[in-house]
Ligand binder design. Structure first.
Ligand code: PEP
Ligand code: MG
Length: 878
């Protein structure tokens, strides 16, 4: 392929080659929309640049210069001309949009001579010199790596000297001085003369964009967003004729979404600034005007904008995020890309666009990243409690959801504290791309400047983090680490709450409530339910969780962890009594009580899931998990000894003895699961009886209950058969006593590697399988699921030994192979055997895709992830 494509030559389908921006500009050019002439240097050149030891391949610059000539012909402007100079912008653009992640240079082509040309041509020397100083600043920063603050400093003192407040009030004299100072700054930094030749400027700028691809900001962004080489390999460079939004009051620049990116309403949403350049809007330095006002201020341009919006939406069949500039009344489009919207907006626009016949239902489902739906399922502020909290300020709602955390004003500190597990709200005047790592470690973001299209807003929305921008009444003091509004001051470390759905900031931790599912969301879920093949069940251990799961569309329970039922405050004591019982008789008395509690829980859960299967897993954790830690207990005993509390000491010593007896070096591979069932059969007997008795009661009440009993940690058919005998015995007892036949499926978890490998044997007894992918992953990797995330895993990912944590997303090659073996074995014995997964992976979209492909019967996920799982399952089926 060629190294350079003029916009009119390119095929926008070559996104990988041209990057998103290049593809968009080419497509708009082909649609005959007003795009300033320009060209794209391909991503292939970027890769060659790196292969070539960071040097541009030889054929690139000649090709670039040919294309500059083409622009000259189209515009009538001349490169390096003192009369009618051609100026260009140089912008990066990878296949996947990485907003603000890479660098842009504007006004390139200016030097001491061409600036005069621009001044005469526009009859506006102030404008020309202002453009020149902006160019040197950007060029110095991007190409030479000069710290922005040095330039800001010069600008500030020039304003003070001339006694003006605003940049736009600086006169030509001041601007000329600034230019000379700026150049000196660059020259001091680089120890070379500032490049005057536009050719040299262009070459350096192109290289700088390629370099930015491997800049730290870009690398972090790609890592965090899972942007791998197969979806974006290098950046392209776009060279575009400059058009100026800062040529006076008949000029403007703006950023709009073709539909509201926050709530999805069909209305052009965004901001513009009169007499400004694009970066001013994006950086949020000046807060823009609502685009609705443009209709009054520049009706002709507004009409052109709205026509372009509908043309682009019809063409791309996706809401677009558009940059435009009006130069002395003439309207130009500078960029279009798929709008990054909040989850709510994605849902609404999906439903609306189906109604408008822009897209079909499959497209409506696949365009929503399932993971992002999480934001809709987030908690919101409890309105009824709000009156107890002081509202500190109100800003612009930029990304929905509620969050609380300690106020932190420093980016580095936010990262440190966030990574140390503190909940942080990052508070800044504005944010820059280099601040993005702090977004990941914060619960939410609050800025005093900027609008809905500002950096903070876009990044937060993409991450699904609550965000408020443009909170102008909030005065932030970076020196004192405080912010003040309405007479109230918040210091660093104090807890605040933000509501990104409405823009309000509160002092203290405001309680939150469960989210509501909107009509549009219900519609999406309904389409997804009808499209998906996989069943979606819930991991739920309480009646409340079962109800929530059902409300969210869960069809059954894939895992009810019975031990969780003992964790409740009033029960743990009873369970400990059971463990401590001196003999079988005493144990039997306690077990009876526990059995009654379990039976009542089972009844409620089964009722909540009436009509659907509920898989009840017998006790799994080792018994010592229910006893105090021996070390802590012996410390306590020492303290008791000091107090001479003889009776308590005696009691504690008995517990300590038992805790020490039960302690294990490696509990995860220890006396747990079925091993407890084998050694304390009375516990499993009690649980099995409780399930059968619950079924008896419900059957009598004509409730359609479908319990299934599942055994954890099985590694051999011998173990399974051993428990099956107990199951058969209890079944018979209960049936005889109640004079009714009872059907409860008996199955096993497959979470021990040996179980997967001998699943053909297990299937002779097990009526169903459920893969416990948490333990199966642990066993397959020999990674401790409890420790790994905080220990070596981050370094493994950094060193690219692992792409993602295998505990989050199924390791397809390893664990996935075991699952496939298990399914084949199982279904080889029982043809249509029910096989599901119930590890944490059940709520992960990529794992769900794998499960669909592996023909599992269902996935089981925590109630809050059910809608995500439903949509992901539908997407896997499309
Ligand atoms: C599993 O191991 O995947 C599982 C679901 O069981 P638990 O997480 O309770 O060990
Ligand atoms: Mg397990």
């Amino acid at each position: 392929t060629k190294p350079v494509y003029a916009f009119e030559e390119a095929d926008s389908k070559q996104r990988m080659l041209l990057g998103g921006k290049g593809a968009g500009l080419s497509e708009m050019t082909r649609l005959k929309l007003p795009v300033p002439p320009g060209f794209t240097i391909t991503t292939e050149v970027c890769n060659k640049y790196y292969e070539n030891n960071r040097k541009l391949p030889k054929d690139v610059m000649p090709s670039v210069m040919k294309n500059i000539e083409k622009i000259e012909k189209k515009t009538g402007k001349k490169w390096n001309s003192t009369k009618n100079p051609l100026l260009v912008s140089v912008r990066s653009g990878a296949a996947i949009s990485m907003p603000g992640m890479m660098d842009t240079i504007l006004n390139l082509g200016l030097n001491e001579k061409t600036v005069e040309g621009l001044a005469t041509q526009t009859q506006n020397p102030r404008f020309a010199w202002d453009s020149y100083r902006r160019f040197i600043q950007l060029f110095g920063k991007v190409v030479f790596g000069v710290n922005d603050e040095k330039f800001d400093h010069v600008l500030e003192s020039a304003k003070t000297k001339q006694k003006v407040k605003d940049d736009s009030q600086l006169n030509v004299e001041s601007l000329k001085k600034i230019v000379s100072e700026y150049k000196k700054i660059c020259e001091k930094h680089t120890k070379r003369k500032f490049p005057d030749s536009p050719n040299e400027q262009l070459g350096l700028a192109i290289e700088a964009v390629f370099k930015s691809w491997m800049g730290e900001r870009a690398i972090v962004y790609r890592e965090k967003n899972n942007i791998t080489k197969d979806i974006a390999n290098g950046t392209a460079v776009n060279v575009v004729t400059m058009v100026f939004g800062n040529m006076g009051d008949d000029s403007a620049t703006g950023v709009v979404f073709t539909r509201n990116g926050h709530n999805g309403k069909k209305e052009i949403e965004g901001e513009y600034l009169i007499n400004a350049q694009g970066e001013d809007v994006v950086a949020g330095v000046r807060t823009g005007k609502n685009v609705a006002l443009l209709k009054k201020e520049m009706p002709k341009s507004h009409k052109e904008l709205s026509d372009a919006c509908s043309k682009l939406e019809k063409h791309f069949r996706e809401p677009q995020d558009i940059e435009f500039t009006i130069e002395q009344g003439k309207f130009y489009l500078l960029q279009t890309r798929t709008a990054k919207m909040s989850a709510g907006a994605l849902v609404k626009t999906s439903v609306d666009m189906v109604k408008e016949k822009l897209i079909d239902k499959n497209k409506a489902l696949t365009r929503i990243p399932a993971q992002q739906l999480e934001a809709l399922l987030h908690r919101t502020m409890d309105e009824s409690k709000l009156k107890n909290y002081k509202q500190l300020a109100k800003g612009i709602a930029a990304s929905p959801g509620a969050a609380s955390g300690i106020a932190v004003f420093d980016v580095k500190k936010a990262i440190e504290l966030g990574e140390a597990g503190k909940k942080v709200i990052l508070i800044r005047k504005e944010t820059k791309p280099e601040d993005v790592p702090a977004f990941f470690s914060s619960e939410g973001v609050l800025t005093s400047l900027g609008g809905k299209s500002s950096h903070a807003a876009i990044v937060s929305r993409g991450m699904g983090k609550p965000c408020i921008v443009g909170c102008a009444e909030l005065k932030i003091d970076y020196d004192k680490n405080t912010c003040t509004a309405n007479g109230k001051t918040v210091k660093e470390g104090e807890v605040i709450s933000i509501n990104g759905s409405v823009g309000t900031v509160f002092i203290g931790e405001v309680p939150t409530v469960e989210p509501k599912v909107t009509k549009d969301f219900e519609q999406i879920l309904d389409w997804a339910q009808k499209t998906k093949v996989l069943g979606i069940r819930a991991n739920a251990d309480t009646p409340e969780a079962a109800k929530l799961a059902r409300k969210f569309g869960g069809q059954g329970i894939g895992l009810c962890r019975t031990e969780r039922m003992f964790n409740a405050n009033d029960r743990i004591g009873l369970f400990v009594d059971m463990i401590m019982a001196e003999n079988a008789e005493k144990r039997a008395i306690v077990l009876k009580k526990l059995g009654q509690l379990q039976k009542s829980d089972f009844k409620q859960i089964l009722k909540a899931m009436e009509g659907y299967e509920v898989t009840i897993r017998l006790l799994d954790p080792p018994l010592h998990e229910f006893l105090p830690n021996p070390e802590e207990l012996s410390e306590k005993i020492q303290k008791l000894k000091a107090k001479k509390a003889t009776k308590e000491i005696k009691k504690a010593e008995v517990v300590l003895k038992r805790a020490r007896e039960l302690a294990e070096v490696n509990p995860m591979m220890g006396h747990r699961g079925v091993r407890v069932g084998v050694t304390y059969p009375e516990i499993y007997e009690m649980q099995i009886r409780a399930v059968f008795e619950a079924l008896v009661d419900l059957t009598k009440q004509k409730v359609k209950a479908h319990p299934q009993i599942m055994i954890p940690q099985i590694s051999s058919i011998a173990e399974l058969n051993h428990i099956k005998k107990i199951y058969d015995k209890i079944k018979k007892e209960v049936e005889t006593k109640n004079k009714m036949k009872l059907k409860i499926n008996f199955g096993t978890m497959i979470e021990v590697v040996r179980a997967a490998l001998t699943a053909n044997e297990l299937a002779t007894t097990a009526e169903f399988f459920s893969f416990g992918t948490n333990d199966l992953t642990q066993g397959t990797f020999s990674f401790s699921r409890e420790d790994v995330e905080g220990k070596f895993l981050p370094e493994y990912m950094e060193k690219e030994l692992l792409e993602r944590s295998p505990f989050q997303s199924i390791d397809v090659n390893g664990v996935g192979s075991l699952i496939k073996i298990g399914i084949d074995h199982g279904r080889g014995i029982r043809k249509n055997m029910e096989v599901g997964i119930c590890g944490e992976h059940g709520g992960d979209p990529d794992s769900i895709k794998f499960c669909h492909g592996a023909k599992l019967s269902y996935v089981s996920a925590s109630p809050h992830r059910i809608p995500i799982a439903i949509v992901a399952a539908a997407q896997a089926a499309i």
